[in-house]
Design a binder for this molecule. Sequence first.
Ligand code: ZN
Length: 174
Amino acid sequence: MLQKTHSFAGLLAAEGVVLYLQPSPVSWESAAALLIGCLAGPLADIDKQGSTMAKIFFPLSFLLHLGGIRHRTFTHSFLCLIGLGLLFTSLPPLLYWSFLLAYASHPLIDLLNEQGVELIWPLKLKFRLLPKFMAIGTGSMMETLFRYGLALLTLALPAYYVVHSLPTLPGVLR
Ligand SMILES: [Zn+2]
């Protein structure tokens, strides 16, 4: 998937965390969590030479390259996710879960691609959710549609929350 698709998935994951954990979702903390979501979504592609994430985190991506880490292996695995989970335990829960779930959204939606993901790296087993003929090709029209779907959800989720929380907000409809 393209970086912008992963950013929408990361944003959606962070929105879910914000709406679940934040008593007042409109705050600086929430904004920080959403920004983290947008950035953590595409982060796993740091393993892909030439990707924006590889350029931003150049020393780290170079080290991965030197270590022979191929695309959609270590950084897309449960092992990496657990490692990041242990590394960032000192973050406040809102930022921690926004980062972690946004990061996890990446290998999750890459499972819709036909190339598959080595989720249980270092075992070289590739996982894929869809049969090849239905899989979403990177940069394809299907991916564009999928991204529009994600974008709609990023609007629908807060809208749903607002509509359903209105009667409970103090001074509203009372
Ligand atoms: Zn990826």
